[in-house]
Design a protein around this ligand. Structure first.
Ligand SMILES: Cc1cc2nc3c(=O)[nH]c(=O)nc-3n(C[C@H](O)[C@H](O)[C@H](O)COP(=O)(O)OP(=O)(O)OC[C@H]3O[C@@H](n4cnc5c(N)ncnc54)[C@H](O)[C@@H]3O)c2cc1C
Ligand code: FES
Length: 236
């Protein structure tokens, strides 16, 4: 884990309240894997807590963050200009296990859960057969996927209002894929709203398919010190 002042090289609005920030750093990009996140520091020191944002993509010396302007912290990020620096801490979290070959994989991203998916697909696509299912409230919520590299990937989209893809949700599309007897899915990866991930995990369990989910909770420290982000996964 590192602390680094990284330089902003792009910070653009993708749609509605959705933004993409690209930063250039020296050491951090080399050690990051899909599903991990960074704690971004606000310039306004009255916002003491850093804001956790997932790693969207990594290139040689750049990182991308896809974020939604929700409250004062993330709104402050939207105002940062090219050339300014931002202090980031990371990479944090376990990330996804992507060390797989020749598997039939379904990747499901819903809403802001699209954040770790670009890098995840990049890590999986060359050695595996990947189907991507994406969903969101409306066209704005899925606009970011226009920037994903979908070469050799089967893509299925659902939106609540039917403005892009089918009118419905990602779970409907997963059920449709599972009906196809030729599809022998080895593993499902997902990130998105908790009810969506719960439904996906249940379907995976019922069909005896491995499933990796990326959980997120409101955070304070981000480094396992306060136990504020614990999530009940199993009743004992
Ligand atoms: C591991 C992890 C990874 C994340 N990755 C991303 C990402 O890639 N892109 C992104 O846009 N957001 C991500 N989030 C959520 C993001 O951290 C919050 O939206 C952000 O901290 C809100 O800060 P704020 O100051 O703008 O809002 P605040 O003023 O703190 O809160 C404004 C609103 O945001 C809600 N909120 C605050 N924290 C969270 C949270 N952790 N999850 C959901 N809602 C929250 C509050 O309930 C409130 O309604 C992630 C969260 C975690 C824990
Ligand atoms: S935020 Fe997870 S332990 Fe502190």
């Amino acid at each position: 884990m590192f602390l680094e002042d990284v330089k902003i090289i792009e910070n653009i609005q993708i749609a509605d309240n959705y933004y993409l920030m690209r930063v250039k750093g020296d050491k951090i990009p080399k050690y990051s894997k899909p599903g991990q996140f960074f704690m971004l520091q606000c310039k306004d020191k009255s916002r003491v807590l850093r804001r956790p944002i997932s790693l969207h993509n990594v290139d040689a010396d750049t990182l991308e963050f896809y974020y939604e302007s929700l409250g004062r912290g993330t709104e402050e990020f939207t105002k940062l200009s090219i050339g300014e620096t931002i202090n980031i801490q990371g990479p944090l979290g376990n990330g996804y296990d992507t060390d797989l070959e020749e598997k039939n994989i379904v990747v499901i991203g819903g809403g802001m859960g699209m954040a770790p998916i670009k890098y995840l697909i990049k890590a999986l696509k060359d050695s595996n057969k990947v189907t991507f299912i994406g969903g969101g409230r409306n066209a704005g919520a899925v606009k970011i996927i226009e920037r994903f590299d979908f070469e050799n990937i089967q893509v299925k989209i659902a939106t609540d209002d039917g403005s892009v893809g089918i009118k419905g949700n990602t779970v409907d599309l997963l059920k449709e894929i599972l009906k196809d007897q030729n599809q022998n899915i080895d593993i499902i990866y997902t990130c998105g709203p908790h009810p969506m991930m719960e439904a996906v995990a249940k379907i995976a369990q019922e069909n005896n398919i491995r499933c990796q989910i990326s959980l997120e909770e409101r955070m304070a420290c981000g480094i396992k010190a306060c136990v504020g982000c614990s999530i009940l996964t199993k009743k004992v």
